[in-house]
Design a protein around this ligand. Structure first.
Ligand SMILES: Cc1ncc(COP(=O)(O)O)c(C=O)c1O
Length: 413
């Protein structure tokens, strides 16, 4: 017989979504572990009791910086493992997109671990850039500036470069180039430049529209070529170091990841063949989190692991580079949610419950009810573990019939 604790674990699917960070202890309490396979744990129930005794009232947000650090390590191990397996010549450089969680404690906890691997930051607005410039990141790590940029955003990025940060200004719109060129000529400061390409490939799931031809982000092929021409004319083509794309957050299907990387790697290769020494491919964010633990392509899940994501990214870039006979670029990832999703836990009181499926125990049906209801009730009474599928389909048909009859006014409430 299954123990009560095993039953609880199964009911809540903790082993499926907990990623080794959450489990249930012998007292039946939820516990958090600092990393996968680590026996040490904190008992969430006792922790919350203690906080309540100290007059901290729910809702409360508990953060586990060790889990965040563990995810950063896992990201590094995944890419290091993949690069070793495929004998990849470039490096992996991650940047954390600050918009995913802008809280100082979170960013500082991330940077603490990130500096071991030269991982940096990504900003999408001026406010984030101000914050990022003030933060202490590893000297070799990148500070990637995405998002639409006005003059003051660009000026600030130049300040960051002057302060010794490895700033990448990613061009999202052609009109950003003119001011970057002016500033470079005026100051002699030369930040790295990236171009965000608009891929034909889309992601999958809720943020699918961030990618594809109709997306509002990134340069079209014509604009890409125009940007290259403009940089050449300004004598700044050697600053073009990064090609960037992002086809959407929480990509649920690994085949979309592969398709996006393949297309982007091809664009990279063609640009290299134009004699331009772009040497970084930024594959954006999008690595999915399996929130519901189903390992499927549902919106709340992803049908791949972080290791599979890393393997496919590295393998795809390598394959295209081999075919095109161009050097393998350093790979930049901008994954956000996969690094931070597990490290925070919201604790709140349950005020009430809503049942979406009504209990079936008290259904009383007499022979006077309409035929369709009597038949539905018969199905319910005689359903077994062997016939449930057939009965379920019969029940669906009956349900349709029931609504049709109600619509036509033949059945009362
Ligand atoms: C340009 C860019 N990079 C990275 C991310 C982070 O994506 P994720 O949290 O899915 O990894 C986003 C979020 O949508 C984004 O717009």
């Amino acid at each position: 017989m299954k123990s009560a604790i095993a039953e609880v674990a199964q009911t809540y699917g903790i082993e499926n979504w907990g990623a080794g960070y959450f489990s249930i202890n012998p007292r039946g309490h939820l516990v958090a572990h600092p990393s996968e396979g680590d026996q040490r744990s904190v008992d969430i129930k006792l922790l919350v009791d203690e906080l309540v005794a100290r007059r901290v009232r729910p809702p409360m947000l508990l953060r586990f910086p060790q889990i965040l650090a563990s995810q950063v390590r896992k990201m590094n191990q995944s890419f290091r493992g993949a690069m070793k397996e495929f004998d990849y010549q470039g490096e992996h450089l991650a940047v954390f997109p600050m918009k995913v969680n802008q809280r100082r404690q979170v960013i500082e906890a991330y940077l603490e671990e990130a500096k071991k691997y030269n991982y940096g930051l990504e900003v999408g607005s001026k406010a984030e850039l101000y914050a990022a410039i003030a933060l202490d990141q590893a000297p070799e790590s990148l500070l990637v500036c995405n998002g639409f940029k006005d003059e003051s955003f660009i000026n600030l990025a130049f300040v960051g470069t002057s302060l010794g940060k490895r700033v990448v200004l990613v061009i999202e719109k052609l009109n950003e180039l003119a001011h970057i060129i002016d500033r470079t000529l005026e100051t002699g400061v030369r930040p790295m430049i990236g171009l965000r390409v608009r891929l034909y490939t889309r992601g999958s799931g809720r943020w699918e529209k961030s990618g594809g031809e109709q997306s509002k982000f990134g340069l079209t092929t014509t604009e890409l070529l125009q940007a290259i021409r403009t940089l050449r004319e300004a004598g700044m083509i050697s600053q073009l170091r990064v090609l960037h794309f992002h086809i959407g957050s929480q990509i649920t299907q690994i085949k979309r990841v592969k398709a996006g990387v393949k297309e982007a790697a091809r664009v990279y290769a063609k640009i290299r063949k134009m004699g331009i020494d772009v040497d970084h491919l930024n594959v954006g964010g999008g690595a999915g989190v399996d929130y519901d633990g189903s390992k499927t392509s549902f919106e709340s899940s992803a049908n791949y692991t972080l290791q599979e994501f890393a393997n496919d990214v590295v393998y795809m870039v390598k394959t295209v580079c081999d075919e095109e006979n161009v050097p393998e670029p350093n790979i930049i990832t901008e994954s956000g949610r996969v690094l931070v999703a597990y490290h925070a836990l919201l604790v709140t009181n349950i005020i009430d419950e809503i049942e979406t499926v009504q209990g079936l125990k008290n259904v009383a049906v007499t022979e006077d009810e309409p035929q369709v209801i009597v038949e539905l009730h018969d199905l319910l009474k005689s359903m077994t573990s062997k016939n449930f599928l057939e009965y379920y389909h019969d029940a669906l048909e009956h349900k349709d019939e029931l609504f049709t009859l109600f619509d036509l006014g033949y059945i009362n409430l």
